[in-house]
Design a protein around this ligand. Structure first.
Ligand code: NOJ
Length: 582
């Protein structure tokens, strides 16, 4: 019976999900239905997903061998982190050839096969466009730094030494936080907001912009379905290079984000490229205000489809914990601001932050599984397009390396060097990395309990989380109570419930420090979500305004029956419940 219900939901998801957007695409209301609003996007980190040739690095053939797994999840689209040629200073976010595949990942033939295999299974593909910077090993940069008069010189930002020291600019990854690197050949400094091997492209140069648009068309003409725009809010620079006030780096998006010509470039890109394809576009970063975010994604702006902001990601970076009320307020504020117009991505994790269960949940052996399901429930019941990070469907948690030698991420390694140079306490630095380092989400995907979790037959480029013996696909596919089963059911529920995609969101009892309670309402359909984020049992009185007379449980992360009695729900630690109210 249980399986039958699940299959029915999956079945309905195809017809209701697709059909719903197609029927209503001519609707003139704001926030009109679109396929990319109804999609569940699965973020796949290629380096760590599946290695096919034993070199310890995930690759495209590895992904191809797991296409049926992707299909089994019920997701609609896969976002791949960069797969283009790269010396991997920043795991592919330093591109040396935008029209080729990274050697470790395979060939263009593999890419074509992967795209066809996804499309055959009705899964769309979103690629990561890294357009704020290239690699210093890109031909453009090699040319640009060969002489001041080289035709590619102006593809990057330079500061000639005769002008004296450049105006200070902050670099995210540089050991000295200095975004200007001196180049002796041409006696000039070049700009790099990220690492020294990631020089910033000069978007003020129309020739560069047109090259980028052509490159985007190259991939779109292959039939990809979407673009994730990496760090795009930074592309337009203030080229008067004015001095910023002391401490500006603490509020960096205000100074680096939404530069003077950003909208002009986006409109140009939209006219020349985006508008010619039925694709989804998502910006990483959304400026520093709600208005900034709207200016990127509102339909009448004709720029991008959606953005992800950092306000939720910025909550929970303190190993001592966070306040649930802050999380609720952030979700509620952004939902309210985008209720009528514009669209957002919803996520709790990606390759730049730790595992969601370790950050927002409770990864102790007792509660990890419940936490994982609870957070999955939150993502899948919010308005906005869910971006779900691979491995979270298994309940993967932070690896918490003890030694700096185990880390691979340039952000952690350079921050360590910097802390050491400043004489900071390295023990507390290491403790913090266990909680915040990006490598926590980058460990190999856990397929089974064989060597290296079935990820590779070689030596993995980064260590496997020792919990792979029990947290893995093979084990979870056999267990109807697993996180994986729960994830699939949650995806199927979302796909069959327009109320979870488009419905109005109303939060209740926002100051409650333990329970997150909200409803979603769309026409006559209404759902209630109750999430106990605490590790204690709670008798939770529901708001009097919620009519529960016909309530029935749709999702429950505990096996025990859940009921509403006297307008009150008994919640177990980390319990997540979704009710249909009518
Ligand atoms: C954002 C990406 O998500 C991150 O991984 C990368 O390091 C920076 N942009 C630089 O490209």
């Amino acid at each position: 019976m249980r399986n039958f219900t699940f299959l029915l939901l999956v079945y309905l998801s195809f017809f209701l999900g697709e059909g719903y957007s197609q029927q209503k695409n001519n609707d003139k209301r704001e926030n009109k239905p679109m396929w990319w609003k109804e999609a569940v996007v699965y973020q796949l980190y290629p380096r760590s997903f599946k290695d096919s040739d034993g070199d310890g690095v995930g690759d495209l053939k590895g992904i191809i061998s797991k296409l049926d797994y992707l299909k089994s999840l019920g997701i609609d689209a896969v976002w791949l982190n960069p797969i283009f040629s790269s010396p991997n200073d920043d795991n592919g976010y330093d591109i040396s050839d935008y029209r080729n595949i990274m050697k470790e990942f395979g060939t263009m033939n593999d890419f074509d096969e992967l795209l066809a295999g996804l499309h055959k299974r009705n899964i769309k593909l979103v690629l990561d466009m890294v357009l704020n910077h290239s690699s210093d090993e890109h031909e453009w940069f090699k040319q640009a730094k060969s002489s001041r008069s080289n035709p590619y010189r102006n593809y990057y930002h330079w500061w000639p030494e005769e002008k004296g020291k450049p105006t200070p600019r902050y670099s995210f990854f540089d050991v000295n936080s200095d975004a200007w690197k001196y180049d002796a050949t041409t006696k000039s400094y070049y700009l790099h907001y990220f690492s020294q091997k990631q020089p910033d492209l000069n978007w003020e140069n129309e020739k560069l912009r047109n090259e980028v648009y052509d490159m985007m068309k190259f991939w779109l003409d292959k039939g990809i379905d979407g673009l994730r725009m990496d760090a795009f809010q930074y592309v337009s620079k203030d080229t008067t290079w004015k001095k910023y006030p002391l401490g500006y780096e603490k509020d960096i998006i205000k100074y680096y984000g939404m530069g003077p010509n950003l909208h002009q470039y986006l409109k140009e890109m939209n006219t020349k490229v985006i508008s010619k394809y039925n694709i989804m576009t998502v910006a990483e970063g959304a400026g520093s205000t709600l208005e900034d975010a709207h200016s990127l994604v509102d339909e009448d702006r004709q720029e991008l489809n959606m953005a992800y902001h950092f306000e939720i990601m910025d909550i929970g970076n303190d190993p001592k914990g966070y306040q649930l009320t802050d999380l609720k307020k952030a979700f509620s504020k952004w939902d309210q601001a985008f209720a009528k117009k514009g669209w957002l991505a919803i996520f709790l994790a990606n390759h730049d932050v730790p595992r969601m269960v370790s950050k927002y949940g409770n990864d102790s052996p007792e509660f990890r599984r419940f936490s994982s399901k609870l957070l999955t429930t939150l993502i899948m019941t919010m308005r906005g397009t869910p971006f779900y990070f691979n491995g979270d469907e298994l309940g993967m948690s932070n690896i918490k390396f003890d030694k700096i030698e185990d880390y691979r991420d340039i952000a952690t390694i350079n921050a360590y060097k910097s802390a050491k140079a400043k004489g900071e306490n390295l023990d507390s630095f290491m403790d913090k990395q266990k909680f915040i380092s990006r490598d926590n989400t980058r460990t190999p995907f856990q397929w089974n309990n064989s060597l290296n979790a079935g990820f590779t037959t070689g030596t993995p480029w980064i260590k496997v989380n020792p919990n792979y013996k029990t947290v893995n696909v093979a084990v979870e596919e056999k267990d109807p109570e697993s996180e994986l089963f729960y994830f699939k059911k949650m995806v199927a529920l979302r796909k069959s419930s327009p109320v979870l995609v488009y419905g109005d969101y109303e939060v209740f009892d926002i100051e409650n420090p333990d329970v997150y309670c909200y409803t979603r309402m769309h026409g006559a359909a209404k759902m209630l979500v109750v999430l106990n984020f605490s590790a204690k049992s709670i008798s939770y009185p529901l708001d009097k305004g919620i009519n529960t007379t016909e309530a029935r449980v749709l999702m429950n992360n505990y096996k025990t029956q859940a009921t509403i009695l006297n307008h009150q729900v008994d919640l177990k630690p980390l319990q997540a419940l979704v009710f249909q109210l009518n």
